[in-house]
Design a protein around this ligand. Sequence first.
Ligand code: COA
Length: 183
Amino acid sequence: MKMSAELTTRRHDSVHMRRQRDALLDVYREVYADRLANPFFTVERFWQRLEAYAARDGFSLVTGHVGDVLVGYTLGHTLPPDARWWNGFRGEIDHSLLDEDGRRTFAVNELMVLPEFRRRGYAHALHNALLHDRPEERATLLVRPDNIPARTAYLNWGWYKLGDLQPFDDAPVYEALIVKLNG
Ligand SMILES: CC(C)(COP(=O)(O)OP(=O)(O)OC[C@H]1O[C@@H](n2cnc3c(N)ncnc32)[C@H](O)[C@@H]1OP(=O)(O)O)[C@@H](O)C(=O)NCCC(=O)NCCS
């Protein structure tokens, strides 16, 4: 358990994730209220995705609490050797950068903080708690280029853009960001 100002962070495995289902979904509902009508972003589909991530090797969830209020969380997993993560990648790079061996890369799947608790460094604290002792050499995440708060934060926290990525044909085009882990 770690403290940052009045934020407490806690790390969880998949079993603990499932025990907190209702609280995690309440935060999701509030953070993504404007998207819930989109079939891809319903609460049920979101939970299915979390269950799929939780079944992966290296899964970790970090929750942030102020008093007894769950104010945000972040989670991710290790990319498997046959990862589809890099499918739809666009960009001129050395393609060996997209090779996965099951140990190389940690994928951050979610990071969210309730609106009323933003701009207090809580997302940064959650991010650091999730990544600080990972065994992988690097981490990756996908961000929408128009998500100014998140994109600004990641670039300030040392992430850089590898290229654009469209995971499937009717998906938005994301920016694939990467950061080196543990020195
Ligand atoms: C992105 C998000 C997690 C940031 O949470 P947060 O707790 O406010 O972030 P922090 O306080 O730790 O860090 C904020 C940093 O992000 C950047 N940032 C945050 N909001 C910003 C905004 N509206 N405009 C520009 N930069 C912003 C700044 O660099 C800021 O640092 P500063 O406050 O020292 O200037 C939050 O806005 C959120 O939950 N958004 C919706 C979910 C989402 O989009 N998640 C990311 C998916 S890839």
